[in-house]
Design a protein around this ligand. Sequence first.
Ligand SMILES: [Zn+2]
Ligand SMILES: [Zn+2]
Ligand SMILES: [Zn+2]
Ligand SMILES: [Zn+2]
Length: 491
Amino acid sequence: MKKFLSVLLAVLLTVTCLPLTALAAETDSEETLIVAGDNAEIFGVAWHGTLYTNTMTKGEDGKYTKSYTTDKAYAVVQLKAVKNDTEWIGDDKGNNVAFAVTGPGTFTVSYDPETNIVTVSGENVGEAVFNYTDVYAVGNGEGNWLNGVSWTPDAEANKMNEVEKDVWEITFEGVPDGFERQIKFAIDGAWNYNFGAPKEDAPVIESGVTYDAAWDGGNITFDTANLCNVKAQLDLRDFDFVNKTGAKYTITIANYVCLHTHTRTVPGRAPTCTKAGLSDSKYCTSCGEMIMAQEELPALGHHPIIDHETEATCQHEGHTLGVYCDRCGEVYVPMEIIPKVPHTVVKDEAVAPTCDTAGKTEGSHCSMCGAIIVEQQVIPALGHHYVYVPAKEATYMHTGHTEGVQCDKCEKWLIATEETPLKPVDFMIGDVTGDELLTVEDITAVQRMLSEFLTADLTDEKTFLQYDFNGDGKINIKDVTAMQRKLAELE
Ligand SMILES: [Zn+2]
Ligand SMILES: [Zn+2]
Ligand SMILES: [Zn+2]
Ligand SMILES: [Zn+2]
């Protein structure tokens, strides 16, 4: 792939345009440095040593740099710089440069040709923290060695046990004679982070001796003689993630004893109120030894519950007191059902309908529970019965009214009448003779009428008003006196 890209680049440079050819000629004498890192979000592709978008730029001070801007934090970022497609350069120990990106911002990768060291700087560059959850033993598994799993970094069978914080162990039982047993330790079921023996000057393993584990190291190799148990331990308590030092491992080879790792549980039987039960038992499927014997579990005895009496209502049945076992259901005192009581019936009065409001038929309900026994039916409103009221003309003594329309049942007006005023008096009060003058003859006529020489029709309003000189609604001697006084005033 790398060769293909180089050829492609060469073809592009010669065929496409001249300035690029000039640039190529100029950079020929320079080194090519490309950043390769573990994070595809930042570097485009993880651990890609020839991705031109990660090419570093040479500054006037002779150092090469490349900046990256991220919009979030990363717990660990690892990278190296790749010189001329071949040489992978890391920190002062040659390890990956590992750091934390603490938040959004820009960090710069620098390579100094004088020291041949890659460094990272920036406001969002922090110390990398080695966060992990699991460790797996990986190697040339065969038979009982590594549970027969060969070079698989995430085999569940070879997941190690954390016996104390950051100390991981696994034991393989019954490993037979063998040469070149190989083992490494893979973090979180992947090869990204792993520990092994130093690649140069790896020690000759002695059982039970602790050695320094190398970051991304080589295989830990040893031989086994006779049937044995092999315990592998990785101790990360003093591991320094920045310098990749402080990890230790120990391989302990012991004579075979069955550790009863593989067991089978034989389920027991739960006891009941009256019958005894049996506990679970467990035996080792490798050697057959009983690890947990079956035991008899005594009968539990009954657990009586008193169910107190409840009263019946018109809605619910009640029951008498009962006693039973809530585990097996055995009844000591049977309950008797008390039937529901009848409803307490209350009459709902009928309501008569009117012209414009609806009525109701008689009904009934229960005053205890509210249940309706006889539903009240709606009687629709009757509707008005309008009749014509003719106009009435006003007289001297009585007001009149305009014509109207009214309901003859409830007296509601559809078109209300309006009162018309009294007819104005257009004649002289006291002029009972009709000569348009108040004279002695008029007084005499009134006196004659009072002496029962009745000559006037007093049912006629005009006549009555003429005789009732003082306007008190009565015709008597007071009217005569008033007329005489008036006449005296006039003379
Ligand atoms: Zn066993
Ligand atoms: Zn019971
Ligand atoms: Zn009721
Ligand atoms: Zn009406």
